[in-house]
Design a protein around this ligand. Structure first.
Ligand code: AMP
Length: 282
C-alpha cells in the first residue's frame, strides 16, 4: 500500500489504473480510523479493484471555534488499518496542497444543508461539498462510500452528485457501534470516563425511538418527545437538536408517512456527538 501526498501523484496513479480498466473505489475520511471506517473500506475493497482511502482533516468544514487543531491524528495506525483491509492507496494531502494560496472556489448547497447540523454548523456542508468534489475530481472513483452515521452528509453528497451530474455511485454503509451501543466516532476519544457513560443516552434514545416506530407510532412529535426525554435525564448531556426530517429533503415533518431520518446531536461536556436512525420504507 502506498501513501500519496500530492494531487499530481494521485492523478498519475489513477491514470495507470484506468488504463488497465480497473474499477476504483474511494473512502473519504478525516483519519484516526476505527471499525466504522473499516467497514466502509472493507466493502469498497470487495466491490472495486483498487481502493483509495483519503485521510485529510479538512479545514474548510470546521467552524472558527471548533476542534480543527485538536482533532485526533495517527497516520501510522491509519496506514496499518488500511493495509490490513486491502486498500491500495492512502491519499494524505497537506491543507496547502488542497487549498493553495489564492484558493477561492467553493461548492455550496441550499435547503438540505440548512437543517440539523447545518443550523449549528452553518459553513460545515460547504466545506464538505467542496472537499468531496475535489476528491472526486482527483481520484475519479467509480464508487464512493459514506457512513449512515453522518446521515445528513450522505443525503447532501447524494444530492450534490445528482444535481451536478457527477459520474460516481454513492454507497451508504450502516452505523458501526461499540458493544454498549455508542456509535463509533473519532471524537469519542475526547470523552472522560464519566462522559463516556453519559454518552450512552444518544444510542438509548435512538433505540427507544426505533422501537416506538416499529410499534406503529405515526406522530413525529411523540417520537421527538420520547427521544428528548431520555437524553434530558442525563445531567452531562445538553441537546443541540432532536429532529425528524424527510430523508430526501432534510425538512422537518410532523407525520411519519414517508421515508424519514430521526437524528440527534448532543453535547456531552464539550464534545458534540451525533446519532440517528433512518426508516426507508413506511
Ligand atoms: P470521518 O473520518 O468522521 O469524517 O468519517 C469518514 C466516513 O466514515 C464518513 O462517511 C462517516 O460517516 C463514516 N463513519 C464514521 N463513523 C462511522 C460509524 N460509526 N459507522 C459507520 N460509518 C462511520
Amino acid at each position: 500500500m502506498k501513501i500519496i501526498e500530492t494531487v499530481g501523484d494521485m492523478r498519475a496513479q489513477v491514470k495507470v489504473w484506468k488504463k488497465e480498466g480497473y474499477r476504483v473505489g474511494l473512502v473519504p475520511t478525516m483519519g484516526y480510523l476505527h471499525e466504522g471506517h473499516q467497514s466502509l473500506i472493507k466493502r469498497a475493497c470487495r466491490e472495486n479493484d483498487k481502493v483509495v482511502v483519503s485521510v485529510f482533516v479538512n479545514p474548510t468544514q470546521f467552524g472558527p471555534n471548533e476542534d480543527l487543531e485538536s482533532y485526533p491524528r495517527d497516520l501510522e495506525h491509519d496506514a496499518a488499518l488500511c493495509q490490513q483491509c486491502g486498500a491500495a492507496v492512502i491519499f494524505h494531502p497537506t491543507p496547502a496542497e488542497m487549498y493553495p494560496e489564492g484558493y477561492c472556489t467553493f461548492v455550496d448547497m441550499d435547503i438540505l444543508t440548512k437543517e440539523l447540523c447545518g443550523l449549528s454548523r452553518p459553513t460545515h456542508f460547504r466545506g464538505v461539498c467542496t472537499v468531496v468534489s475535489k476528491l472526486f475530481h482527483i481520484v475519479q472513483p467509480d464508487m464512493a462510500y459514506f457512513g449512515e452515521k453522518d446521515a445528513q452528509q450522505l443525503a447532501v453528497i447524494k444530492r450534490m452528485v445528482s444535481d451536478l451530474n457527477m459520474d460516481v455511485q454513492i454507497v451508504g454503509c450502516p452505523i458501526v457501534r461499540e458493544a454498549d451501543g455508542l456509535a463509533k466516532s473519532s471524537r469519542n476519544t475526547y470523552l472522560s470516563l464519566e462522559e463516556r457513560k453519559a454518552a450512552l443516552v444518544l444510542s438509548k434514545s435512538i433505540f427507544a425511538g426505533k422501537k416506538m416506530v416499529e410499534s406503529g407510532e405515526k406522530s413525529a412529535d411523540k417520537l421527538v418527545n420520547l427521544m428528548k426525554s431520555i437524553i434530558e435525564k442525563e445531567p452531562l448531556a445538553k441537546i443541540d437538536y432532536v429532529k425528524v426530517v424527510d430523508l430526501m429533503t432534510m425538512q422537518q415533518i410532523t407525520v411519519l408517512d414517508r421515508p424519514f431520518l430521526a437524528a440527534v446531536a448532543v453535547y456531552i461536556g464539550k464534545t458534540r456527538l451525533i446519532d440517528n436512525f433512518m426508516v426507508q420504507e413506511v
